[in-house]
Design a protein. Structure first.
Length: 72
């Protein structure tokens, strides 16, 4: 699935109160699309839509790749 489609689907899943779909979208984004260039977008999204596992994954990614993130 395309990254932008997953973003949109996550928003719609939150709007229509579909927590399972919201978690699946978040997991897919973290597993396949988490990079240093979109890290803060995903972190912001995780906080906005109350996705604790996604937030933890973003923070963990930041801790493990701090030098790479600082360069961007």
């Amino acid at each position: 699935m395309d990254e932008s489609l997953l973003y949109d689907l996550l928003v719609v899943a939150d709007l229509y109160l579909l927590p399972g779909l919201k978690r699946k979208c978040a997991n897919e984004l973290v597993d396949n699309y988490l990079r240093s260039d979109n890290l803060f977008d995903l972190l912001q999204m995780s906080r906005l839509y109350d996705l604790k596992k996604m937030e933890y994954s973003c923070i963990n990614f930041l801790a493990m790749n701090l030098d790479e993130v600082k360069q961007k």
